[in-house]
Design a protein around this ligand. Structure first.
Ligand code: LIP
Length: 304
């Protein structure tokens, strides 16, 4: 990795993200050629495919020796290796995109040695870019394409709070979760039972979190945790392209990523079960332990 210019790669990804953002905005959400993969809520559109084509052709021209893994061209069995690999979700939050709900993004990551090294997540509806290079901090840039601040955009370091508060447990936390696209299996039963336990009052055996949120995009959930706007995010079933870029941003903002199943503090990049916790002067590991306690004996399984 020593000879990789991660900052230059980051800059190229930002410029591609802006171009992809223009494509996403120019697609008419009411006129989207919509198909499904797994079932009626696992949606893919022609725009997802067109954006991935654009991104992969640009990246292959710039970095022909790097590997590429994208949501729309993934084939079952494809594995991410140690070599530098671009990990791309052309539209994360496709359901939001087809409904015109303005929480969708392009998620562009670079993994090296199967660890996130660069992350660029861009929501074109809000002209909001989250980005990070390993070892150089994480940033939010608002309004660069719209021309704010002399064309540079309003840049803020992440987390947004200068002095993030300590984490004080689940009953003081805003928690992001996602429903996922499988709605008929043991994973769904476990997730919904955990949602209920997270929300329930203490006398009912619950954790009584402040509330639950679902942005509908793993990348944007991770960026909200990185920004410190959400305290933690739990999901099972999402894929490496949903998390690689957001994870790079989370880590540079002082957040941690544990497994979504109890017991593993350092999940694999493609483990598909994650628990992200925001940066804080104390309480990160305690929050993970408390969350794992709410999960109890159940385990999510995405091996098949
Ligand atoms: C989505 C994720 C979301 C998850 C959905 C889906 P897509 O990605 O970001 O968190 O719950 O099942 O995987 O399909 O919009 O790229």
């Amino acid at each position: 990795m020593a000879d990789l210019n991660l900052q230059e790669i980051h800059d190229a990804l930002v410029s591609i993200a802006h171009e992809a953002g223009r494509m996403i905005l120019s697609a008419n959400p009411t006129d989207i050629d919509q198909g499904t993969k797994l079932n009626s809520v696992d949606i893919v559109t022609e725009t997802d495919k067109a954006v991935e084509d654009l991104v992969s052709s640009k990246l292959r021209a710039l970095y022909p020796t790097f590997a590429f893994m994208g949501e729309e061209t993934y084939k079952p069995g494809n594995k991410i290796g140690p070599e530098p690999t671009f990990v791309v979700d052309p539209i994360d939050g496709t359901t939001n995109f087809v409904h015109g709900f303005p929480e969708a993004c392009i998620s562009l990551g670079l993994a090296v040695d199967r660890r996130p090294a660069v992350g660029v997540v861009y929501n074109p509806y809000q002209d909001k870019l989250y980005s990070a290079v390993r070892g150089r901090g994480a940033f939010q840039t608002v309004g660069q394409v719209w021309g704010l601040e002399g064309g540079r955009g309003r840049v803020s370091r992440l987390p947004l709070a200068r002095n993030p508060a300590p984490l004080a447990g689940l009953d003081a936390s805003l928690v992001a979760v996602e429903w996922g696209s499988s709605r008929d299996d043991a994973n769904y039963e476990l997730k919904t039972a955990v949602f209920k336990r997270l929300a329930a009052a203490k006398p009912q055996g619950g954790a009584m979190v402040h509330s639950l949120r679902s942005l509908g995009s793993a990348a944007l959930n991770l960026c909200a945790v990185a920004a410190g706007q959400v305290d933690c995010y739990w999901e099972g079933g999402c894929w490496v392209w949903d998390v690689c870029a957001g994870w790079a941003i989370l880590a540079e903002a002082g957040g941690i990523m544990a497994s979504g199943n109890p017991g593993t503090w350092e999940p694999a990049i493609d483990e598909r079960k994650y628990l992200a916790v925001r940066g804080a002067p104390s309480g990160q590991k305690e929050l993970v332990q408390e969350f794992w306690g709410v999960i109890g004996e159940g385990r999510m399984d995405y091996s098949s």
